[in-house]
Design a protein around this ligand. Structure first.
Ligand SMILES: Nc1ncnc2c1ncn2[C@@H]1O[C@H](COP(=O)(O)OP(=O)(O)OP(=O)(O)O)[C@@H](O)[C@H]1O
Ligand SMILES: [Mg+2]
Length: 313
């Protein structure tokens, strides 16, 4: 499959047919993509969905490490922790750039085709820089989550602001890329990309800067067609569990982390649930029933049960 030059011709109709594709993307590094990916993955797994995850950050591989840590933690402590079916990417190591890109496209395509009929959700974490696989994944997304720190520096990859009037002076490179991905997606299968900008690391102090920034995000949302979600506050809990591969959604009482669920833990969990509701993912009652039926069916696969509602309509 294609080289960079053939990128535009990549067959997006190969995107997962059954699975809902969620991409966490923002070209600004450190905005919370991996943290958000992991919480969304664990939420969906706990709700009984079958989830595949893809780490396109070939340098840092933080999502891969998070999931490895979770697997190790579960094994060491004999815990049953939910895990996604995970794919990580190592960029092809060949001299020719064209050949390398061609191999990378093929690997991505293989991962996608492996999960397309067998999973409810595919969650893709992307790097904090522009690359062709990141762009391709954006054009396959049903839901794009863009976490953004509450700062004008982070806003700058979406839009430029007039310093005096604080009016939007222009659209920036990441937003232009998303606009193009949307167009390609519509052309490929008439699919619509639901784009949600999630405010991350929000401070509890209501500053004037925060109000000004929110005003700009709102104005830009109308221009670019994204929704805004009040995301997650700045909390230690969103980073301290990384070495164990845990999240705010996991119970920590039995998890040998030596703690009880603190008020902060429970508040963090509430925030994540609120965020998931704001994402409006297809996690309605019917979807959950179907996913649970599939789990039961798999567990009893030697002893088949009658479950007519296992597969999507
Ligand atoms: N709400 C939060 N509260 C506290 N710390 C946070 C929060 N969100 C993210 N962090 C921390 O901020 C840093 C960056 O987060 P993360 O790695 O999720 O961002 P990223 O967008 O994936 O970064 P990159 O672009 O480098 O891949 C990490 O140290 C993470 O633990
Ligand atoms: Mg990351």
């Amino acid at each position: 499959m294609g080289t960079l030059g053939e990128y535009a011709a990549f067959d997006r109709s190969n995107r997962p047919k059954g699975a809902h594709v969620i991409v966490c993307g923002n070209e600004k590094g450190g905005s919370g993509k991996t943290t958000t990916s992991m919480h969304v993955i664990v939420f969906l797994l706990k709700a009984g969905f079958k989830v595949a995850s893809i780490d396109l950050d070939t340098r840092q591989k933080s999502l891969t490490r998070y999931i490895q840590n979770r697997r190790n933690w579960a094994q060491t402590n004999q815990l049953k922790l939910e895990l996604p079916n995970h794919f990580r990417f190592d960029l092809a190591r060949v001299d020719s750039t064209i050949e390398a890109q061609s191999q990378d496209f093929s690997s991505f395509e293989r991962a996608i085709s492996e999960v397309q009929h067998s999973h409810d959700f595919v969650v893709i974490d992307t790097p904090g820089s522009d690359n062709y696989l990141g762009r391709l994944s954006h054009s396959m997304a049903d839901t794009l989550i863009t976490p953004m720190n509450d700062s004008f520096i982070d806003f700058d990859v979406l839009g430029r602001v007039d310093p005096k009037s604080l009016e939007i002076a222009g659209v920036s490179h990441y937003a232009v890329m998303v606009r193009e991905s949307r167009r390609q997606r519509r052309q490929a299968d008439n699919g619509l990309l639901d784009w949600i900008v999630v405010r991350n690391r929000m401070s509890t102090l209501n500053s004037r800067n925060q109000q000004n920034l929110l005003g700009c995000v709102k104005e830009l949302s109308m221009r670019l067609g994204f929704r805004i979600a009040d995301g997650i506050s700045e909390r230690v809990i969103f980073r301290e569990y990384f070495p164990m591969g845990l999240t705010a959604l996991d119970d920590v009482e039995d998890a040998a982390v030596g703690g009880r669920s603190s008020v902060s833990h429970l508040s963090a969990r509430q925030e994540i649930r609120k965020l998931i509701r704001a994402l409006r993912l297809p996690v309605d009652e019917k979807g959950i029933k179907r996913a649970q039926a599939r789990v039961t069916w798999l567990e009893n696969s030697n002893n088949p049960v009658e479950m007519p509602d296992i597969f999507a309509d």
